[in-house]
Design a protein around this ligand. Structure first.
Ligand code: ADP
Length: 376
């Protein structure tokens, strides 16, 4: 938008007509004061400013607006008497570009200058946008780098803890073996096995991450019975969580179509989180159902819950809720892997939760056999 500032209405009308004919949007002011008010409210690409005006002349207007944030990139073309001194004109104005035209105005020259300023303005805006995008990109990369560093340090710690336990239990096993105490040796052997299982999970998750990053996670799709899968999961999970009651709200007996192992991984992740993030609680509610030709699965706990903000972020890679990250061990990758798995089944994944009131993690996948999901 161009602002024409002139105390003579005839001049304004003539300039406005020519500029509008050339498809420029035009605003007008008939005094320096009126111009200042307008410039405070709105950004102009260019101001065509009459030098000789009563009360506040063009130079004073230029000087006054040089501090305005809204006029940071605004160019000025002064309309001056032929005798005007250019040094005088440029006095005090340090914002956008400056130029002048002597009166009577040659409209062709004015148009040429207006177009040049517009071009410069467009170019510098494009440059500014490019700079912003670059700055954002640098910031995103720095953040990703920081998260990766954090992850490496957490992952090393998480791997080291079970390793240290294994080492300790093996030393203890040696002692009990030397004493011929087979019962204690067996107990310690179970502990070693548990820790090895933990290590195995951690390493599988780490491998999954690199498979996802490399676009190499493949699905092995076939029809299978979800009820059977769940029974197998509970057979393994119940003995190691004897105080937990896994209660079905609804059952689903039909076959579903998907990658059985990968969906089992999602189910186990939901269930382990439901136990882990609900200390002291004993009930975990499971729903399996058909909803709008989709298979719906959810796990509900009565645990610590989370804010609406965190509900959106928990599926992000490496995301762990800060307030609870000290209290619970984890890598912040389980749900990210679940999201990848479900999305490759063309399904949806989500969570409903409130702080202190528990969470419900759910996923849906189409019940009909759909297109292959493996990346080519
Ligand atoms: P991890 O548990 O290893 O940190 P996940 O990817 O499984 O990684 O979970 C990401 C984060 O989501 C967890 O760190 C935790 O803050 C939050 N979270 C997951 N499940 C629950 C739940 N049932 N209740 C409350 N918070 C949860």
């Amino acid at each position: 938008m161009i602002l024409i500032v002139d105390d003579s209405p005839q001049n304004i009308i003539a300039l406005k007509l020519v500029l509008e004919k050339n498809k420029f949007a035009v605003d007008t002011a008939c005094s320096g004061k009126e111009a200042l008010k307008k410039i405070l409210k709105q950004s102009y690409v260019l101001i065509i400013l009459d030098v000789q005006m009563p009360e506040m002349d063009g130079f004073e207007v230029a000087e006054a607006i040089s501090g305005f944030a809204k006029a940071k990139e605004t160019a000025i073309i002064f309309l001056s008497a032929a005798s005007a001194n250019l040094n005088l004109i440029t006095r005090g104005y340090s914002s956008g570009g400056l130029d002048y035209i002597t009166k009577p105005v040659d409209m062709d020259i004015l148009l040429l200058k207006v177009k040049t300023f517009y071009r410069i303005y467009e170019q510098s805006r494009a440059l500014g946008l490019m700079q912003d995008t670059l700055r954002e990109e640098i910031e995103t990369r720095k953040n990703a780098e920081r998260k990766k560093d954090e992850f490496i340090s957490i992952a090393s710690h998480e791997l080291k803890t079970p390793m240290t336990s294994v080492k300790g239990y093996i030393q203890l096993m040696e002692r009990s073996l030397n004493k011929g105490d087979i019962e204690t040796t067996k107990l310690r052997l179970t502990k070693v096995q548990n820790q090895i299982e933990k290590l195995n999970h951690l390493i599988s998750d780490l491998l999954d991450i690199s498979k996802i990053e490399g676009g190499k996670m493949r699905l092995n799709m076939h029809s299978f019975c979800m009820k059977k899968l769940l029974n197998q999961v509970f057979e393994v999970m119940q003995p190691s969580n004897p105080s937990i009651e896994f209660r079905f709200e609804t059952q689903f007996d039909d076959l579903i179509y998907g990658d059985e192992n990968r969906l089992e991984q999602v189910v186990i992740n939901f269930l382990t989180n439901a136990i882990k993030y609900a200390p002291g609680e004993t009930l975990v509610l499971i729903t399996c159902a058909k909803k709008d030709n989709q298979f719906f699965f959810s796990v509900r706990d009565k645990g610590i819950g989370m804010s609406a903000e965190d509900c959106k972020k928990v599926f992000d890679k490496f995301y762990r809720i800060e307030e609870s990250s000290e209290r619970f061990q984890g890598l912040g990758i389980g749900l990210y892997i679940c999201k990848e798995i479900i999305e490759r089944h063309q399904g949806t994944i989500g969570v409903k939760s409130k702080i202190g009131q528990g969470s419900e993690f759910y996923f849906t996948i189409p019940l009909t056999e759909s297109m292959p999901q493996n990346p080519s």
